[in-house]
Design a protein around this ligand. Structure first.
Ligand SMILES: Cc1cc2nc3c(=O)[nH]c(=O)nc-3n(C[C@H](O)[C@H](O)[C@H](O)COP(=O)(O)OP(=O)(O)OC[C@H]3O[C@@H](n4cnc5c(N)ncnc54)[C@H](O)[C@@H]3O)c2cc1C
Length: 422
């Protein structure tokens, strides 16, 4: 049975995902009367899926390095990361009974490695301090006084809720079955606030070329991937790359997907990507290696020579085929023009992609409330007094590995602090 809402609150938090739960907890701890409105029958459905259920909360990096990973949004996320460095996140979580640990790769997880524990304990702590949760309440509009000040929200069931401040934590559009389907951004846009359409991010990249399909399951340990002609600010990615039955996945592909979405949307055509098999080895380095190989391993077949350098055997064959070189050719017999084509392919194999997999598969969205519409020092929406936003609803996205949850928590903490000061 649903509870009735009292007539007025200090803060109405819309959405009980990572950002909404964290903000509600901090606001309630600060003694504010907080109402959390969540469209689902429970909180944190997406949070439960994070890190394969283990919840990669953050990375063990200083704020500046965390911010740098957000590319063009680095200056926007920086104040939130400096206001809540990792040590502060850990303390805040510990107060809610959530211990944390750092894995050898720098990923920070709950000590229990349980996303469910994080979800449950954040909600419990918020409730213990007086926050009230109202589930199955989809907010359909933001109440505005003269289009200048937020005065509450209106759920789809029609009962208006008055609040001195409104904090939007409705998430992005990826995995709509979890409740964040992007529709709240439409509501924000209708209120006259500048927005950027959501596009899939952190999503696998299907390729037109079917050359990788035969080697599905094999991977490159440290590849580089970039969109041809990309700007430095939204440049390439580096990391492990997984070949799949449809194209490319793994961190290097997932982290590039937002840039690919953007390129495809801007040009209306496919994006040409370049795949470098070994991140630090460009065409020149490979040309030298092939030349030296011809001298020292003249009898070795080209494809075996490549495999000996550490590339997966199947991928070596794919590369030879892509460069038009017979893989059985002995290194000493490799013609100069063939060596040149092979070096070019190793330094940056062209791959054609019509865009990443859609929102049903993507793990994140690029887009949201426009950065210029929000004060990065307070998370306040500039044009409307009393309106704040946090988390994936804002146009800032980071790579895989804990960056995005950390952004959800840090931006929520900053927004909560600003709301509490009102
Ligand atoms: C499979 C998967 C794994 C991931 N793993 C990681 C990871 O390990 N580490 C990491 O850093 N990031 C990870 N992410 C990304 C991370 O989940 C998001 O960055 C994070 O959840 C964003 O938090 P949020 O609170 O902004 O949005 P959400 O968590 O999406 O929460 C938004 C909430 O708002 C509610 N809502 C939406 N509209 C309304 C409305 N109109 N009225 C009321 N309620 C509404 C939704 O139901 C939802 O509960 C992963 C994502 C996926 C899909």
């Amino acid at each position: 049975m649903r509870e009735d809402l009292p007539p007025s609150w200090d803060v109405a938090v819309v959405g009980a995902g990572a950002a909404g739960l964290f903000a509600a907890m901090l606001l309630a701890r600060a003694g504010k009367r907080v109402a959390v409105l969540e469209r689902n029958a429970e909180s944190g459905k997406k949070l439960l899926q994070t890190g394969g259920g283990r919840c990669n909360l953050a990375r063990d990096l200083p704020p500046r390095e965390m911010a740098d990973a957000f590319g063009v949004a680095r200056r926007f996320v920086s104040p939130a990361f400096h206001a809540m460095p990792l040590s502060a996140l850990r303390e805040t979580l510990a107060e809610a009974g959530i211990g944390t640990k750092t894995m050898p790769d720098g990923g920070v997880y709950p000590a229990s490695e349980s996303a469910r524990e994080v979800r449950d304990k954040l909600e419990e702590d918020a409730k213990r301090h007086g926050a009230r949760f109202f589930f199955s309440r989809r907010v359909k509009s933001i109440l505005l006084d003269n289009f200048k000040a937020a005065s509450g929200v209106e759920p789809a069931d029609g009962e208006r809720i008055a609040a001195r401040a409104v904090l939007l934590c409705g998430g992005g559009a990826a995995r709509p079955a979890t409740g964040s389907d992007g529709s709240l951004l439409g509501t924000v846009h209708a209120s006259g606030i500048p927005t950027v359409p959501f596009r899939p991010a952190l999503s696998p990249l299907p390729t037109r070329e079917n050359r990788f399909f035969a080697i599905a399951g094999s991977s490159l340990a440290d590849a580089r991937l970039w969109v041809e002609g990309a700007t430095k600010a939204d440049g390439g990615t580096r990391g492990s790359l997984l070949f799949t039955k449809t194209g490319l996945s793994g961190p290097a592909a997932l982290d590039l997907s937002a840039a690919v979405s953007q390129r495809v949307a801007e040009t209306g055509g496919p994006a040409i990507l370049r795949l470098r098999a070994e991140a630090n080895a460009d065409e020149n380095i490979w040309r030298e290696r092939l030349r030296a190989g011809g001298r020292t391993e003249g009898k070795t077949a080209v494809k075996n020579f490549l495999a000996r350098t550490g590339l997966p055997k199947g991928f070596s064959e794919v590369l030879c085929a892509a460069a038009g070189v017979a893989g059985e050719t002995a290194m000493a017999q490799l013609a100069r023009t063939d060596a040149q084509r092979l070096a070019e392919a190793l330094g940056g194999l062209p791959v054609t992609c019509d865009g990443p997999e859609g929102n049903g598969i993507a793990m994140l969205s690029r887009g949201g409330i426009a950065r210029e519409a929000v004060d990065a020092k307070t998370m306040a929406v500039k044009a409307i007094s009393g309106l704040y936003a946090a988390g994936e609803m804002l146009d800032a996205d980071g790579p895989t590995g804990g960056y995005n949850l950390f952004w959800a928590f840090a931006s929520a903490a900053l927004a909560a602090r600003s709301c509490a000061r009102r």
